[in-house]
Design a protein around this ligand. Structure first.
Ligand SMILES: NC(=O)C1=CN([C@@H]2O[C@H](COP(=O)(O)OP(=O)(O)OC[C@H]3O[C@@H](n4cnc5c(N)ncnc54)[C@H](OP(=O)(O)O)[C@@H]3O)[C@@H](O)[C@H]2O)C=CC1
Ligand SMILES: O=C(O)C1=N[C@H](C(=O)O)C[C@H](O)C1
Length: 249
């Protein structure tokens, strides 16, 4: 028999909140026990898990409240968190189970592994890595959470720290590009759902690995799958690689 669980939606009036509502409403194994947005009160005890696509500040505040209450588990999709905010989530995850990912799609999570692998094999002195992302005009953070995850994967493949090799945005006249750096470029326009590409460029050839999101429901479906996975996990900070069983040993 299918076990029913109770889910909450944080940021439910937003683009992703509405997409998550639609996915949850279509499932017979989930009761939507709470929908809340900025300024709304929520009874955390009604939920086994809350799916949150809101803002960095509100995701951190929610994680702290859930940690203090001893639950529910969380699925967090908000991007643009500072290093301090990431650390606050890690602290909350000592008390509750949290899945946090900058992208809940299967394709992007596959891409992460491909990028890590390519970066490991293509010598940094010959191959420049440039990451490009494009999103709708209303997106406020850049580079996107996904672009940063792809940058982390490339840096991991090269066994370097992304903070040490990340380029500043190119603008005006500057020194020639150093080898070993990882560059980021951002496009914002119209209703673009989410485009990401990682270019490996040598003097002789170019390899580009890319992903296009066709419908926002893609992220919502992944987040709902993560919510079903995380609700029975012990406290800890997980990501979509864990949910999909892609984590490398
Ligand atoms: N990980 C992934 O796969 C994806 C991540 N995202 C990320 O998710 C986040 C939300 O994106 P999107 O839905 O497009 O943005 P929206 O601005 O459309 O939605 C965010 C919603 O959160 C609400 N909100 C603000 N503060 C709180 C609060 N304290 N409690 C509850 N809700 C609150 C906002 O209300 P108000 O309008 O009043 O501020 C708004 O309704 C972004 O960081 C985005 O980058 C997006 C898509 C996929
Ligand atoms: O804000 C968005 O829309 C998206 N944000 C995520 C990100 O920052 O990578 C994921 C997706 O690309 C859509």
């Amino acid at each position: 028999m299918t076990e029913i669980f109770h889910a909450g939606i944080s940021g439910y009036r937003g683009r992703m909140g509405r997409a998550v509502s639609n996915v949850l409403d279509a499932r017979s194994d989930v009761v939507v026990a709470a929908r809340f947005d900025r300024g709304d009160a929520v009874d955390l005890h009604l939920c086994d898990v809350i799916i949150d696509f809101s803002t960095p500040e509100s995701s951190v505040a929610l994680a702290k409240a859930c940690a203090e209450a001893g639950g529910p588990a969380l699925v967090i999709g908000s991007t643009g968190l500072s290093a301090e905010q990431e650390a606050e989530l890690e602290q909350a995850a000592e008390k509750i189970a949290i899945v946090k990912s900058g992208n809940f799609s299967l394709g992007v999570n596959m891409l992460i592994g491909l990028v890590r692998n390519a970066a490991q094999r293509l010598d940094a002195k010959d191959w420049d890595i440039e990451i490009t992302e494009a999103h709708h005009r209303r997106k406020v953070d850049s580079p996107s959470g996904t672009a940063l995850m792809l940058g982390e994967a490339a840096a991991e493949g090269r066994r370097v720290d992304l903070d040490d090799v990340r380029t500043k945005p190119y603008d005006g006249v500057q020194d020639p590009r150093e080898s070993g750096k990882i560059g980021f470029s951002t496009i914002r326009g119209g209703g673009i759902i989410g485009e990401h590409s990682v270019m490996f460029a040598s003097d002789d050839e170019i390899l580009t690995l890319s992903h296009s999101a066709i419908d926002r429901s893609l992220f919502a479906k992944g987040a709902v799958a993560a919510s079903a996975w995380v609700r029975s996990r012990p406290a800890g900070l997980y990501d979509m690689q864990d949910v999909l069983g892609f984590r490398q040993a």
